[in-house]
Design a protein around this ligand. Sequence first.
Ligand code: 3HC
Length: 695
Amino acid sequence: MSENQVVSVEYVGEIALICIDNPPVNAGSAAMRQGLQKAVQDVNAEGKAKVMGVYCAGRTFVAGADISEFGKPPQQPFMPDLYNEVEASEIPLVAAIHGTALGGGLELAVSCHARVAVPTARVGLPEIHLGLLPGAGGTQRVSRLAGIPVALDLSLSGRQMPAKEALEAGIIDRIMEGEPRDVVLAAAEDVISGTLQTRVTRDIETKADDAAIEAAKAMVAKKAPGLNAPVQAITAVAASTLPFDEGLAAERAAFMACMGTDESRGMIHAFFGERAVANIPEKRETPRDVQSLGVIGGGTMGSGISTSALMAGLPVTLIEVTQEALDRGVATITGNLEGAVKRGKMSEAKRDAALANLTASTDMNALAEVDLVIEAVFEKMEIKKEIFGKLNTICKQGAILASNTSYLDINEIAAMTDRPQDVLGLHFFSPAHIMRLLEVVVGEKTDPAVVATGFALAKRMRKVGVRAGVCDGFIGNRILGHYLKTASYLVLDGAHPDQVDKALEAFGFAMGPHRVGDLAGLDIGYMTRKRLEPTRPPEERYGGAIADRLSENGWNGRKTAKGYFVYEGRETLENPDLDGIIEEVRAEAGITPKTFSDEEIVDRYMTAMISEAARVLEDGIALRPVDVDVVFLMGYGFPRHRGGPLHYADTIGAKALVERIETYAKEDAYYWQVPALLQKMADEGGSFDKMNKGK
Ligand code: 3HC
């Protein structure tokens, strides 16, 4: 009998059942590794068993190495050695997978001598999402069991492969229904009776597949240029045709070349960040019960929000002013749901159930009984105020009244009701049924239980809620509004929009700001600038003149086929009129253009982003630096391997950032001001990471 805190052994006749119980996800922590090693050694030493069955308690099989141990002094036994020991066991092991066998979890399963899984199980090698690759034999053993193309697919996509597919691929041997303990026991009996074959994975030969390796290299060069982990993963998989120990050594070397890099640190920060943002002051409040939703507005946002709620199984009442607009909204929702079926996100039966849950009306009184209303109409304060005034009289007591505004004052909106405690902002990102970010905007008088309900709703809709305070633009759009000015100043002063975009795309953004502007519609920025014009301080340099002229010509980007660029079919071409406009504006402003290196473009853009993010923290709009990071990673296409603007800021350091701002301030002392928080960090040796940790 062997036992430690997380691994226990139980004999059932000639079968030794090894149970890993390491909540929440049975990660391969030091205690788990030590326990498993001892269990395998003890069972072998006792010699009573003919077979060992490994399974997990709780919701999942081992979900990988314990990520929280990365960066700390490593503790023995190391995973690759342990799994070699498992594979070398005299007594064969069979693994029973339920939930997800991921990374080090799948690596454990493939070092066992047979594998079974319940029908709902999934397997994967998601290390790539942490800037890593499998480091405990995964690339070597999956290639041996399923071939190089499957090993490349799993380690480069990081996707979770369903049990059925894993069976067809040869990663698992059988699908069996039942509770994990029953399944592993039955599988072990089959091993004894000879109906389930055992194999030693390392003894299988990997078939060389140079074409697959070359195709993967080309794909990575195109889709993930500059990233290290995908390149290293291909090297490791390619090494699986070597004798096993040589291949394993190559995998180890590749893994070590990824561990601790900025890329990996950034992605690990993003992984924990997405979970850390749920830690809000209101987390102990009991959320209000939400069983039905009302959505006002059937435009892109309202339809997207409705789709997302319907996909989460919530009944939705959609309101529009005219029957025509309502029909358009319903058609968009139907199309969105259809798309979800096509992408494999929902079954046809679920789509039908979702559509049956949709009620559409032109009468706001239809919202009388809903538990939560989300207003998603045009961004005009007067319209929103009128709607909230009406909701105040229509909605039942205790109903939550939310606005999807992306920058307007929630307190002013709430003041239109006599129940401001029930009002909050729920700022979704477009397309709302796909984007996972939700800013939960907390007004002065919002009831803490209402905040908790916003977070519960986010979770139910499979979104990540981030708590934001009230200011123009909240966390994301406020910071965006500030750093976009840098992009326009760079162009005014001499850079070309295409150069700015390409420099930022090389940094890792999916699209540069001018291409994003064209995609979103330049009229949006135009309207915002006009709205803010009366409040613009005289000291502030105006950077919007070039964009204004494009809009005034009716060139609003993709929707008009012309903006900063010209769009012909799938092609993006130069706008032949752009240079003329730029020169005209520069001449009128008396600017002699200068040249900017790509590096300087990125430095200025990022410094502006970090500066405003620091002020957002100073003002208490975001709870912690990690909240800002998650908003940018999930809502603004910020490169995941950079970990978010404030994680990236720490890689530069507060002192260097202050120096940069002081240099830029010589040109424009109004725009480039050192935020007090950054100055304090520079003076006291602080960092955003320390702030996240409450130091
Ligand atoms: N290590 C440490 N903690 C982990 C973890 C891991 N591998 N996986 C999840 N956790 C933690 C989460 O941080 C979270 O903690 P919290 O409650 O304090 O916020 C808790 O476990 C629950 O996680 P989720 O909220 O994500 O739970 P879900 O049920 O939604 O998802 C999951 C479960 C699919 C397993 C998901 O957690 C996941 O994808 N985990 C990461 C899997 C992974 O990347 N594995 C590879 C690790 S690297 C590796 O194995 C290297 C090896 O090759 C040498």
